[in-house]
Design a protein around this ligand. Structure first.
Ligand SMILES: NC(=O)c1ccc[n+]([C@@H]2O[C@H](COP(=O)([O-])OP(=O)(O)OC[C@H]3O[C@@H](n4cnc5c(N)ncnc54)[C@H](OP(=O)(O)O)[C@@H]3O)[C@@H](O)[C@H]2O)c1
Length: 311
């Protein structure tokens, strides 16, 4: 109480460690708004908790199966008025997407062809989305990935196994393709912020912890690791540009943890069973992280549990 009085009298800068409630009380007593990092943080949390409610129009790139299909499903389930644009290489062949259209209706689930190894298909997809479905996007999630192809490609255990074609496919899928997707759809994210100032549009690139250079203890997986590291650098570079432009868009990289999907299947026996997530769990946790993304998170690399990962 005495300290509050003193501060109120002198208008002094408040010491570290003072509780947020005490600071608000101080503000109330002196009839002024108190500014400090902790109060801003609380305000941000309150604001960002609502982003999950306001980000209603999402594009999920790589939605035919695995985590991408689960993202599409979870986004449709949680709000009755949400809309998902689901892109993939061959929309007609995805039974999962057909099921989502059946359950949620064709006006809420739009499928569009987009192949990350074909730049023309990325530009065409953006044209089609703008022309036929939506002029704005509140959320873009780049999910597609490739780690192995049965009978054709396995992650390299040694430098001696590095192959040009595997490197090329990994970089097309994890870096070059997603960069063009972000380029083409950025204006639609900006359009969302322009249309509704409550929305902070988010661009989310699904990366992998193995893409962190400082976290690399094990080596191996040359193509996958280095292409995810490239995706991380692209995300950070976009974030720097976004921070200088208006309206604001936030870009983050996100590690899903180890999830039970086709991608992780051949490697699961080396991993404790209890640490392998069901897709539903992994996606629910990632959506919690995405919902909380605020302006100050632009340019960060998060894990599924919200912990920041060093680049
Ligand atoms: N699962 C994990 O434990 C784990 C861990 C760390 C990071 N990740 C990352 O999480 C993301 C999703 O992985 P997942 O586990 O869901 O994998 P998944 O089940 O194998 O699904 C991969 C998805 O990527 C799509 N894809 C591949 N190449 C493509 C291309 N050229 N153009 C467009 N789409 C393409 C596939 O489409 P098709 O159906 O057409 O093949 C499929 O939808 C990936 O970025 C992966 O690196 C996963």
């Amino acid at each position: 109480g005495d300290l509050l009085e003193q501060i109120a009298m002198t208008g002094a800068r408040v010491a570290r460690g003072m509780g947020v409630r005490a600071l608000r009380e101080l503000g109330r007593r002196v009839g002024r708004q108190v500014k400090c990092a902790a109060v801003r943080q609380q305000t941000r949390s309150a604001h960002s908790a609502s982003q999950g409610d306001v980000r209603k129009i999402a594009l999920v790139q790589g939605a035919s199966r695995g985590l991408g299909l689960e993202f599409a499903s979870a986004l449709l389930e949680r709000q009755s008025d949400s809309v998902v644009v689901a892109t993939c290489r061959n929309p007609e062949a995805s039974e999962g997407l057909a099921r989502l259209r059946e359950v949620h209706g064709p006006s809420r689930v739009h499928s569009v062809r987009l192949d990350l190894t074909d730049p023309g298909s990325i530009a065409e997809a953006a044209e089609r989305v703008k022309r036929d479905f939506t002029p704005r996007l509140d959320l873009l999630i780049n999910v597609s990935g490739v780690l192995h192809i049965p009978g054709k490609m396995m992650p390299e255990t040694s430098l001696a196994r590095v192959e040009y074609d595997q490197m090329l496919l990994s970089f097309q899928t994890h870096a070059m393709g997603p960069a063009l997707v972000c380029k083409e759809f950025w204006p639609l994210l900006q359009a969302s912020a322009r249309a509704d100032e409550a929305v902070l549009p988010a661009m989310v690139n699904i990366s992998a912890r193995v893409g962190s250079i400082s976290d690399n203890q094990l080596g191996g997986w040359y193509a996958y690791r280095s292409s995810k590291a490239a995706l991380n650098q692209l995300t950070k570079t976009m974030a720097v540009e976004f921070s200088r432009k208006k309206p604001k868009v936030a870009a983050i990289a996100l590690h899903p943890g180890t999830n039970d999907t086709d991608l992780s299947k051949p490697f699961q026996r080396n991993y404790p069973k209890e640490k392998i997530f069901a897709k539903e769990f992994g996606v629910r946790k990632m959506l919690e992280v995405i919902d909380a993304v605020a302006e100050e998170d632009n340019g960060k690399f998060f894990a599924w549990d919200g912990q920041e990962i060093p680049w």
